[in-house]
Write a protein that binds this ligand. Structure first.
Ligand code: B12
Ligand code: SF4
Ligand code: SF4
Length: 312
């Protein structure tokens, strides 16, 4: 039995690698005891702002066994999105690296589907469910449990060999596997670069991000107007923000992604400040055809660009 679980785990990790994931670790599906009081405090302080979905399914978010019948193992996966491509006009409003190419939700869902198919072909009838953002699952906590890295003071999951520019996803399955024990130790040490550099002072304490102050929230999740207090503080970001990762010393170990669908639409890098200020719905639809930027919709992006222009 022991031999079998070990062989199955290896098979899953090999297949994950074939599919392009840079990391794959496995943890026992269980109640996330340490995270429960932290998540509760974060919600009580209103740090989720208008992200009401974060208030839902509190119990399920802390225990995958309540989400998937008979869940026994959480397979945690990382998909690299790091790129050194830059928007050519340095004065253009900026887009976070993670949103340059195709929407990662679709890319990862497809890969997870194929991983589950292979598991079913090679191991047998295995019940499982794929998660990438969409459901109440604490991706970073599972990645930590599965040995992918540690959660840094900027609250991103960091790996010593690859930094933090990678997405996280899970496959929760109903078979027992070999578990990657001993989560990675915290390697932030005395560093506070992310806290010092955050343009909106959203990292209110080490390991705690007030989501409602984060530029990523203000430019993507917030549906209302961006509060005036952030005028002049947005560091020219129109979609997401990379500051707390760009300054992180561990990101000098980032390697370029090899996912073809993450390559940016050429216009995205070419458009200059004026082009962005005058962007039409047609251009938006063309440049962001399959992109995660669609989440903010044309009007949302326009709102962000005007907010930046008005605080110039
Ligand atoms: C909501 C959300 C956001 C919100 C809130 C941010 C946040 N930190 O949670 C907003 C919109 C602001 C956001 C922004 C970003 N996000 Co986001 N987001 C999520 C989402 C959907 C849920 C995260 C969550 O559950 N937050 C709840 C709070 C409570 O969790 P937390 O902040 O991590 O808090 C923990 C710590 O504070 C800790 N803690 C609290 N007190 C203490 C005390 C001590 C001593 C310690 C050690 C720990 C500790 O416990 C808390 C609970 O686990 C996940 C996907 C998912 N399903 O998990 C993606 C996710 C976390 N985001 C991701 C990304 C890429 C980003 C951005 C980089 C995007 C961008 N470039 O603009 C930024 C980064 C901002 C930042 N510094 O965190 C990735 C992270 C990948 C990685 N390598 O870590 C995820 C996993 C999406 C994915 N599938 O890949 N995001
Ligand atoms: S993503 Fe930007 S605004 Fe959000 S915590 Fe990091 S540095 Fe601050
Ligand atoms: S910048 Fe420093 S403190 Fe922040 S996450 Fe990276 S190593 Fe940790």
């Amino acid at each position: 039995m022991q031999q079998k679980t070990s062989a199955y785990s290896q098979l899953i990790k090999d297949e994950a690698k074939n599919l392009g994931f840079i990391f794959c670790g496995i943890a026992k599906a269980d109640f996330l005891e340490d995270e429960a009081p932290r998540l509760e405090a974060w919600l009580k302080k209103g740090m989720h702002g208008e992200m009401q979905y974060m208030e839902n399914h509190f119990d399920k978010r802390l225990d995958p066994r309540l989400l998937v019948d008979g869940a026994k193992s959480v397979i945690s996966l990382g998909l690299n999105y790091y790129t050194e491509d830059l928007q050519l006009d340095a004065s253009s409003p900026k887009i976070s690296k993670y949103a340059y190419g195709a929407d990662y939700h679709h890319v990862i869902k497809e890969k997870l589907k194929r991983l589950l198919e292979t598991i079913n072909e090679k191991i047998g009838e295995v019940g499982g469910r794929a998660f990438v953002d969409s459901a109440p699952v604490l991706d970073k906590a599972w990645a930590k449990m599965a040995g992918l890295g540690w959660i840094g003071k900027n609250t991103n999951l960091i790996n010593q060999k690859a930094g933090s520019f990678f997405f996280l996803a899970e496959l929760v399955v109903d078979i027992e596997l070999e578990y990657d024990i001993a989560p990675t130790a915290d390697h932030c040490g005395t560093c506070t670069r992310c806290i010092d550099a955050c343009p909106t002072e959203a990292i209110v304490a080490p390991y705690i991000v007030d989501g409602s102050r984060c530029i990523s929230y203000l430019t993507i999740e917030l549906k209302n107007e961006i509060p005036k207090e952030f005028s002049g503080k947005m560091d020219n970001w129109m979609f997401g923000c990379d500051v707390c990762q760009d300054v992180c010393p561990w990101n000098k170990f980032s390697v370029l992604n090899t996912e073809p669908s993450f390559a940016p639409h050429s216009d995205l890098l070419q458009l200059n400040k004026k082009d962005w200020q005058e962007i039409t719905e047609d251009v938006f639809q063309k440049v962001f055809k399959n992109s995660a930027v669609k989440r903010t919709k044309f009007n949302g992006l326009k709102r962000n660009i005007s907010f930046l222009s008005n605080s110039d």
